[in-house]
Design a protein around this ligand. Structure first.
Ligand code: ADP
Length: 465
């Protein structure tokens, strides 16, 4: 190996390229605001902005919702069903019950009818076990909030066309179709007499669920395997919905911020990971800040350090060449090690990569983790500030003004489980906002609010109002 390319030099370079000093974070926040604005626009230039998808969610839960509602959540390897009995302002959530079914691998490659029949039969089974705590008002159908976390072109609150499957799903016959119609047809085949009243993605469900408990929530962010953010926008600030009549004057916009790519501090490792991905050139922000990728970026750095810099001695362990062998939870485990000899770091490296390591090598590995996680958390924070600044520009004083409180609800396994990531995100938000504005902004962790949120949206978009 080339003696001039030591792990230390690779590390120094990496830290330099991944640095997120205040001016850079400010630039990212500004670029996020600008790309949001561009994406809301009409005509030329709008395709350079973020997708900014109208969700047709115009009414958020108020707390007055009453009755029995269901939620159905399809967004990954599990699908979940939930029912909730709502009691209005005073009684709030009287009872909830949920069930989770993992989706058999073969159904991910099945026909649309097979997948939706499976979902509808799971729903039928769950609905048949409704106990005495739940009761439907006379003359009403049970209404469903359907959380469907795949790219959808929504046309109303209760319909949306699947653009494409993602996350390993390759179901035939759904793309180009209204997923609510697919579900309705399957429910008819199963003889279930229910109605989908709201179609949402998990970000929107999270915002609605958080809003129910706290009326100051203005935005929601998911930081899990992937990432997305949504917020409450004024209809008057959405040129591409020109002429659209809305009762509330507001609509939740799904930013699809994973697609953001401006001003990001990227490295050769990011570029190579992107090039090897199934969607090269796409979802660059997601690839820099979300759980699916942080471990893989670190693996690529460590591989270069072993191949070119002799980290872990002469032999290059085969395992380190395997994409995605190092997960983000592994980085998290290593970063919690505060023992003197970094014992946990050593055994994790041995278990996963088959390498023996000395203390100084373990320290280097930790510094690589730290660098990538700091960049991720800090950039996520800058994205959040970008959203808040966009809102403040249009509604002066309403976000940062004195006496106001603006809450951002965050959910997802990465934010929930990785304390260092969370801390970097929070301190980036603080640093960007400064002391005064920070007093009015609350970053709040909401756990599993998305399911309840979807059922609340079924309630606030009920056909019986
Ligand atoms: P999803 O985003 O897949 O719907 P989650 O919100 O539960 O589901 O997020 C799961 C992701 O969270 C995992 O893919 C992983 O990247 C991340 N994650 C889970 N546990 C940890 C952990 N202990 N440390 C860091 N990241 C974690």
């Amino acid at each position: 190996s080339d003696v001039s390319v030591t792990p230390t030099r690779i590390l120094t370079n990496l830290k330099h390229e991944c640095a997120t000093p205040l001016p850079l974070l400010q630039q990212v926040a500004k670029a996020m605001s600008d790309d949001m604005r561009a994406g809301l626009g009409l005509g030329p230039g709008s395709e350079l902005g973020l997708p900014m998808i109208p969700t047709y969610v115009e009414n958020l839960p108020t707390g007055n919702e009453k009755g029995l509602f269901y939620a159905l959540d399809l967004g990954g390897t599990n699908f979940r069903v939930l029912r909730v009995q709502l009691g209005g302002k005073d009684e709030r959530v009287i009872a909830t019950e949920f069930d989770q079914v993992s989706i058999p691998q073969d159904l991910m490659f099945a026909t649309s009818q097979e997948l939706f029949d499976f979902i509808a039969s799971g729903l039928a089974k769950f609905a048949s076990k409704e106990d005495g705590r739940f009761h439907i008002s006379k003359g009403r159908k049970r209404e469903i909030g359907f959380t469907f976390s795949f790219p959808v072109k929504q046309t109303s609150i209760d319909s949306g066309i699947l653009i494409k499957w993602t996350k390993g799903f390759a179901v035939s016959g759904t793309a180009g179709r209204d997923v609510v119609a697919c579900l309705n047809e399957a429910m008819e085949r199963q003889r279930i007499d229910m109605r989908v009243s709201a179609l949402v993605n998990d970000t929107v469900g999270t915002l609605a669920g958080a809003e129910y408990w706290d009326n100051d929530v203005v935005a929601a962010v998911i930081l899990g395997t992937g990432t997305n953010a949504c917020y409450v926008e004024q209809i008057s600030a959405i040129p591409k919905l020109q002429g659209y009549a809305s009762s509330s004057g507001k609509m939740i916009i799904s930013t699809e911020w994973g697609a953001f790519s401006n001003s990001l501090p990227l490295t050769e490792f990011d570029r190579e990971m992107d090039a090897a991905s199934i969607n090269p050139g796409e979802q660059i922000f997601e690839k820099t800040i979300s759980g699916m990728y942080l471990g893989e970026i670190v693996r690529r750095v460590l591989l270069k350090m072993t191949e070119e810099g002799g980290l872990f001695g002469k032999s290059v362990p085969q395992e380190l060449s395997t994409p995605f062998i190092l997960g983000t939870p592994d980085l998290c485990t290593m970063q919690q090690d505060c023992s003197g000899d970094l014992h946990a770091v050593g055994s994790l490296l041995y278990d996963i990569a088959g390498v023996e390591s000395n203390l100084s090598e373990r320290k280097t590995v930790l510094e690589v983790c730290e660098t990538i996680v700091k960049r991720g958390g800090s950039l996520a924070g800058a994205g959040i500030v970008g959203i808040l600044e966009k809102m403040e520009e249009d509604q002066r004083g309403l976000i940062f003004g004195n006496g106001n409180r603006s809450v951002v609800a965050i959910d997802g396994g990465l934010y929930e489980n990785y304390p260092q990531y969370r801390a970097y995100l929070q301190s980036s938000v603080k640093e960007l906002l400064g002391i005064e504005k920070s007093k009015n902004v609350v970053i709040e962790h909401t756990k599993d609010g998305s399911g309840i949120g979807a059922s609340l949206l079924a309630a606030s978009n009920s056909i019986y109002k």
